[in-house]
Design a protein around this ligand. Sequence first.
Ligand code: HEC
Length: 115
Amino acid sequence: MLKLLTLTALPVGFLTVSWAATAGQKGKVTGNAAKGKALFTQTCAPCHSDTSKTANIGPGLKGLFKEKKMPATNRPVSVAIVKSQIQKGGGGMPAFGSKYNTQELNDLIAYLRTL
Ligand code: HEC
């Protein structure tokens, strides 16, 4: 049964990713959540959970964009503020400066929006 579920889940995941990529070309979705997830796993996951709100080194980011306020600083949640947190860091989080280009920042945001 579990095997069957896995087999049917795979094509659905694939379709979702291709849809996101197509929509991106049309300008509706600027970030690619699948790419953002890979970046998040590499860089953010050691300090941030993406599956809970429980703090690790930094606050858990599950549901970030469903909240009104940022988990650590209580600033309003917005794309600009989250991008600025990534670039400038603060409160114990390192600044990533120009590590990510605009596309990669948008990919990260697209992934954070799915949490
Ligand atoms: C070395 C650990 C570390 C890494 C790596 C890290 N962060 Fe953080 N992050 C923190 C800490 C600590 C805070 C809490 C900051 C505070 O208290 O103001 C934080 C806070 C945040 C916040 C909430 C800010 C607020 O205003 O409440 C967001 C969003 C965030 N990080 C996103 C990210 C993303 C996205 C990445 C990857 C690009 C990342 N972080 C990488 C440690 C980290």
